[in-house]
Design a protein around this ligand. Structure first.
Ligand code: IVH
Length: 685
């Protein structure tokens, strides 16, 4: 192919991928399979690697991230990002409507929208291309998070249809609730602290430096406000319609996520509808936004100090109910964390029957003086598990006693500990406390760890309680006769419903073949499977690449551990603690005997020299004797480290042909030596 053909092929692939992306993520109507999509993407990726001079920043390949931002540039908003005045009841809405009608001197139409509980974003487009995405910041100045926002599949990178030449569009970035829950389940498995709610997590994600990590998070975005000098719509909702035709994800009219009203009654109907239905949405909302639809009124109505007069927010009250707290019980988590649970007289809350609620921790119980027998208020916010928010003191029984928090683990009777500055009590008996042991084994067999098919939580729990296994390494010595006909009782997590299960021929065979297959799982996943606190999937991968074997990790000092990517003091200490426990070491030895992969085997990464040890490289442009990945691999094989962007810490930039001018300028500014391909070859020879 000549260069023109190549350019044309790249443009056509990009156009196809953009269209399929839009069909899948915005319209929910895919036309091709994920596999076909990946094939197209791979072809484009390959061409971009070979011909980086033709690669576009808005290429569909930027969805997978990879760009690193060391410092988010400050950007002043062309027009300040305002907030909305909040209202909490019908009366306040009526007053606002009255003011609007008076100022307008005529009846007006209202656009009704959901108030997404996420992070505000402003995105700027020029000639149909994504240029820049900026956070709200203080309303006047925000931060450029373009590389991260480019990874959000529902944000178009190139527009179609009849869009204004240059405009800004604002909206809300959020983390869908199921993604948030899955993320927290994973964190729980690897013993990491749980995220508080989807909103904070979305905000934190948007400020991550590695856009590759952001891409994995599956953020989403709804757009709700267009700012442009030249457009052909006069109503806000018409603008939203048009934005949809340019490729944006906007709220669905069919599902009534956006609607119209002409009076307070209709506004209140919309509010009541969503107040009830909001928990059924796949994301969090915290209210409804009401906007004057006729945009010619906006200037006339003007602004208060911080918010426009043409729009107002109605904030939902958390759904609450009052009921009797029968008993306080305690659950021991997989990491040993103790959570107090309120066992309630069943009560209807936001459409579901609630029997249990979270009491958070000892401080919370003491602060609210919550006692068994009290009538308590239960609230359902964004979280799935309702919480107890207070006590009806007027209804307290005469002889009620303050609650005394447990001092010993309800499962294994070990005295609990509470670390300085932490809210939760822990059972420190990591290797002897049943829920912790079962939790660790459950993590070991999970999909992202050893992925043992034919084995689940129930069976693990049953086999442990029967004394057939006591840690994960025991799985590898199990034989058909140990398992066939074994009978165990299964209770749900609250110890309520019981049933019996007997292991039959088919499930025993499945189990054994699943265990057998797991002997080939690569080292990095075995390391993750061990369940060392704070060693999640990514850290395990980095550790495996750095040390290449479990023995080397075990032999490493704190400083040596911290030399690995992403390993700080907390993780290093946790690894040291893990290996200091004889029981863990013994289990690892048993896993070795069972033939598990405790070393990395990929030959491609084998060490050639340590000539580049402690040196950090940035690679840019095209090379003649290496592919881009090839030169990166060569650096790593010689002990060096490759990062994505230039900073003070960079030792060298290796420049091929067509190195980006921005990168060259930055290297010069920071006085970082720029090596040619030949200079690099000389360096390693
Ligand atoms: S319109 C000038 N519409 O709520 C008005 N905002 O409290 C611009 N928000 O900063 C905002 N959903 O982050 C608008 N449908 C919606 C919204 C919405 C959520 C957020 C937005 C804003 C905040 C104001």
């Amino acid at each position: 192919m000549n260069t023109e053909d190549i350019q044309a092929r790249m443009a056509s692939l990009a156009a196809d991928l953009n269209r399929h992306n839009h069909l899948y993520y915005v319209l929910n109507k895919p036309e091709i399979s994920d596999y076909e999509f990946d094939q197209l993407l791979k072809e484009l990726e390959k061409l971009e690697e070979e011909y980086p001079q033709f690669a576009d920043v808005n290429s569909p390949t930027s969805r997978v991230g990879g760009d690193i931002t060391n410092k988010f540039e400050k950007v002043k908003h062309a027009r300040p990002m305002l907030s909305l005045t909040n209202t909490y009841n019908e009366e306040e809405i009526s007053e606002w409507v009255e003011r609007v009608v008076k100022a307008a001197g005529k009846p007006v139409t209202y656009a009704l929208e959901l108030k997404y509980d996420g992070v505000a974003i402003s995105i700027f487009y020029e000639n149909g291309k994504f240029i820049r995405a900026v956070t709200r910041g203080d309303g006047e100045t925000g931060e450029d998070v373009s590389a991260n926002v480019r990874t959000i599949r529902s944000v178009p990178l190139t527009l179609h249809g009849d869009y204004p030449e240059s405009f800004e569009i604002r909206g809300e970035i959020f983390l869908p609730r199921d993604v948030f829950d899955a993320l927290n389940r994973e964190r729980e498995e690897s013993g990491e602290e749980l995220y508080a709610n989807p909103r904070n997590t979305a905000a934190g994600t948007l400020k991550q430096q590695d856009s590759g990590e952001v891409a994995k998070r599956k953020l989403d975005c709804y757009l709700y406000f267009i700012l442009s000098d030249k457009h052909s719509f006069r109503r806000h909702t018409e603008g939203i319609h048009q934005a949809a035709s340019w490729g944006f994800k906007v709220p669905s009219e069919k599902e009534q996520m956006i609607s119209h009203a002409t009076d307070v009654k209709e506004i209140m109907n919309f509010i009541h509808h969503w107040d009830k239905k909001r928990f059924g949405l796949p994301f969090d909302i915290d209210g409804v936004v009401i906007k004057v639809d006729e945009m010619d009124m906006w200037d006339e109505l003007g602004m208060t100090a911080k918010s426009p007069r043409w729009a107002i927010a109605y904030k939902f009250k958390a759904a609450t109910a009052a009921t009797r707290l029968n008993k306080i019980t305690y659950q021991v988590g997989r990491t040993g964390a103790i959570t107090p649970v309120a066992n309630l007289e069943p009560v209807l809350l936001a459409g579901t029957r609630v029997k249990r609620a979270s009491l958070h921790n000892a401080d919370q119980i003491e602060k609210l003086d919550i006692r068994e027998g009290d009538i308590v208020f239960v609230e359902k916010g964004g979280e799935i598990i309702p919480k107890v928010t207070g006590v009806d003191m007027n209804k307290r029984e005469l002889f009620s006693q303050p609650h005394s928090y447990i001092t010993h683990c309800p499962e294994c009777k070990t005295p609990l500990i509470r670390n300085e500055g932490e809210a939760l009590h822990y059972c420190p008996n990591e290797t002897g406390c049943p829920p912790q042991i079962i939790g660790r084994m459950d993590h070991f067999i999970s999909r992202k760890a050893m992925n043992i098919e034919g084995l689940g939580t129930e069976t693990i729990t049953g086999l442990y309680r029967k004394g057939i296994i006591s840690d994960a390494s025991d799985l590898y010595v199990l034989k058909y006769d140990d398992l066939i006909g074994v009978e165990f009782t299964i209770t749900d997590e609250f110890g309520e419903n019981e049933r019996t299960r007997t292991l039959q021929d088919k499930s025993v065979r499945n189990m054994l073949s699943g265990i057998e297959a797991s002997r080939n799982v690569p080292f990095e996943r075995v390391l993750f499977a061990l369940g060392i606190r704070f060693v999640g999937e990514t850290v395990a991968r980095k550790l495996a690449r750095h040390f290449r074997s479990l023995d080397k990790i075990r032999a490493a000092t704190r400083e040596e551990l911290m030399a690995a990517d992403e390993v700080g003091e907390k993780i290093a200490d946790s690894i040291l603690v893990w290996f200091s426990d004889e029981r863990n070491v013994r289990m690892a030895e048993k896993l070795r005997d069972a033939g598990l992969q405790l070393e990395s085997v990929e030959s491609g990464e084998s060490v050639v020299s340590d000539k580049l040890a402690e040196k950090t490289f940035v690679v840019s442009g095209v090379f003649s004797s290496f592919t881009r990945d090839g030169i990166k691999q060569s650096i790593e094989q010689n002990g060096g480290k490759v990062v994505g962007s230039i900073s003070k810490k960079t030792s060298y930039v290796v420049a091929g042909e067509n190195m980006g001018p921005e990168k060259r300028k930055k290297a010069e500014e920071l006085g970082i030596p720029v090596l040619s391909e030949q200079d690099y070859i000389n360096l390693i020879q």
